[in-house]
Write a protein that binds this ligand. Sequence first.
Ligand code: AMP
Ligand code: GLY
Length: 432
Amino acid sequence: MATQGKLEVLILGSGGREHSLLKACLRSPRVAKVRVAPGNGGMALEAECLEIDAANPVAVLDLVRRTGSNFVIVGPEVPLAAGVVDALEAAGIPAYGPLAAGARLEASKAFSKDFMVRHKVPTAASETFRQLEPALAYVRQQPVPIVIKASGLAAGKGVVIATTHAEAEAALRDMMQAKVFGASGDEVVIEEFMQGEEASIMLMVCGEEYLMLPPSQDHKRVGDGDTGLNTGGMGAYAPTTVVTPEVERRLRAEIIVPTLRGLKADGMDYRGTLYVGIMVTATGPRVVEYNVRFGDPECQVLMPSLETDPVQIMEDIALGRFRSASVKLRPGATIIIVLAAGGYPGEIRKGDEITLPATLPAGVDIVHSGTKRRADGQVVTAGGRVLGVVAHGATLREAAQRAYSVVPLVKFEGCHYRRDIGYRQLRRDGVL
Ligand code: AMP
Ligand code: GLY
């Protein structure tokens, strides 16, 4: 595959994750031109955005040919599971992201649980069901809390942590009978509740060679102190020392190495991001889930933590020639505070005008998620998570102070955000 010259990149996706990937491309000496499909209001200010169905392999291939793109970075899981990278590879176009076979690690929780059991990767004990009655009978015999998961993709909403048997039964009926997640609930995984603190482990994988990016932590609940409804993620920071050197040693030996060996043994040449969500429990790290793409908002704090050009890493992985030894990370800490639309994570307001600060202090950046550029050029709200303020500092405290000094300068009707992003780490650091 010829990528001797510079890259003409096409990024697929429209969220904050993809905006941070775009910013990485714009900084990269490897990149001559970058386009985005479909993109958002912030990306439209920095690159050409093209309207397509990014989950349709034929449409993506057609767009790549029309634009003369020679490298594709796939942001979200849906195009990966739909086989977009398979189609590009068959056409000889290098792409960053796993093939559809690898994407099943995220697209089917039943498949990923089976994978973990077969390859002895520590995770919650679980059973998979396709029929409601046996699922109900099983759950009645289990202790609570217990976790009920729709097996298929459910945009991060298909997990219920039931604290009573009645709640567990209601969740099973919702998924298997009322089909609230459609066909994603045809199969349901019931699993043991794991006690501990979570961390997001982002691996950039090239077969058995991998780079572990700094461990990060997301904040999924909408309210301060982890209260209220679940969201796509209200903020993140990296690195987190919940992954101590001892936890990291066990994570690599007991989780990462068996996972990558397992993928190879199962005939999958996995190249792309592997996001391992872990629970740091009293008995060691255990896998909560695999995702096959960067986390959002984790990606927004991880791209700036790479000293080495992330695009060069992605290109080397796509071409199967990546070596992790040469990669350099930037010291310090990075944080993102997500600013959400009024009503989020419920019914949201859209179309509100956004005012952004004219200049930003050093070390601070703004990443757009659910925004749109109106015909008159005004950027307006268009999604639940509207944008994020990203800041870097020598310490997390410094990064957080920088970010929170800019947050009030971003204005739109209904804007809300968490005021405590990074609180666990700030406590560990003894500054909260
Ligand atoms: P998932 O979509 O599998 O990541 O689940 C969403 C969230 O539910 C996770 O980020 C955890 O906070 C929580 N969760 C999922 N499975 C478990 C489990 N077995 N024990 C405790 N919490 C869980
Ligand atoms: N931030 C969690 C996710 O991307 O799945």
